[in-house]
Design a protein around this ligand. Structure first.
Ligand SMILES: Nc1ncnc2c1ncn2[C@@H]1O[C@H](COP(=O)(O)OP(=O)(O)O)[C@@H](O)[C@H]1O
Ligand SMILES: Cc1ncc(COP(=O)(O)O)c(N)n1
Length: 267
């Protein structure tokens, strides 16, 4: 019997981030992946050259089609683009009593393009964050959510507590953009746990946030606790960045082959 995960996110034509990174991560971690596409981006390793948001009817229909037929063990949410899409996705997830929702608060691509309209941040806070089991903001996203700068571990703790108040059950503030070790902070409302790894000196980090949040969803789909799913996702993203590669002329993608290594006893 397969464990399943649904990604609700944008498409990245270059395959490094978005829906494509999510499905690759699910497959590498042994989970059957499904998708509901919110927006199509024309994108490569150098940047985003076009965005088309899908209309909310077809977004809703994709989610309904999956839930009305298939057991969904976890849901990963990525690029949502605007507040109407946020409201549609939230309503569908509530209607279907979706479990194990991992919300990656995607706002701006590493190459600089806006993937969530600024005026949609309020909708994210009001509608979707309260439905999430785990929210995974990076430093910039955490700061946009809470309204103050998040630049160090102390700020990360303060931000996690504020996001917890918004209604999420667990918060992982990602420290990938801090100098020094790559240290993420998990907060469950009571205690903080750190997940740290040596920083990998690589420019090929296109899709790291997508990969990390999908790996958490894959762990939850397989029945792991949140702590164990975050720990496994941290190992997975570290390997995926270690083996990231120069595809194209810009920021290359992470590499997804954890399960093969794992099965071969190499990791
Ligand atoms: N150079 C790096 N070396 C090791 N881990 C990294 C590196 N960059 C990011 N990470 C890790 O990748 C995950 C995604 O983080 P981050 O890059 O901060 O997110 P985002 O893609 O949303 O900006 C986190 O677990 C973070 O610690
Ligand atoms: C469709 C889509 N979703 C998410 C990201 C964020 O990924 P990154 O921050 O690595 O650019 C992206 N670039 N494209």
């Amino acid at each position: 019997m397969w464990n399943t995960a649904l990604t609700i996110a944008g498409s990245d034509s270059s395959g490094g981030a978005g829906i494509q990174a999510d499905l690759k991560s699910f497959a590498a971690l042994g989970v059957f992946g499904m998708s509901a596409i919110t927006a199509i981006t024309a994108q490569n390793t150098c940047g985003v050259t076009g965005i088309r948001e899908l209309d909310t009817e077809i977004i809703n229909d994709q989610i309904d089609a999956v839930f009305s037929d298939i057991r969904v063990d976890a849901v990963k949410i990525g690029m949502l683009s605007n507040s109407e899409i946020i409201k549609t996705v939230t309503a569908a997830l509530v209607r279907h009593k979706a479990r194990n929702i991992v919300l990656d608060t995607v706002m701006v691509a590493k190459s600089g393009s806006q993937l969530l309209k600024k005026d949609a941040i309020a909708a994210l806070k009001k509608h979707l964050i309260p439905q999430a089991l785990v929210v995974t903001p990076n430093l910039y996203e955490a700061s946009e959510l809470v309204g103050f700068e998040v630049n160090n571990q102390a700020d990360m703790k303060k931000a996690a507590a504020v996001i917890k108040e918004m209604g999420a059950q667990y918060i992982v503030v990602k420290g990938g953009h801090l100098p020094g070790s790559a240290c993420d902070l998990l907060y469950d409302g009571n205690k903080f746990s750190s997940f740290a790894n040596e920083r990998i000196d690589s420019v090929h980090t296109h899709g790291t946030g997508c990969t990390f949040s999908s790996a958490i969803a894959a762990g939850l789909a397989k029945g792991l606790s949140v702590e164990a799913a975050v720990a496994e996702a941290k190992r997975y993203i570290t390997m995926a960045i270690t083996h990231g590669f120069a595809l194209g002329k810009g920021i290359g993608p992470t590499h997804h082959f954890y399960e093969l290594y794992h099965r071969a006893g190499l990791y």
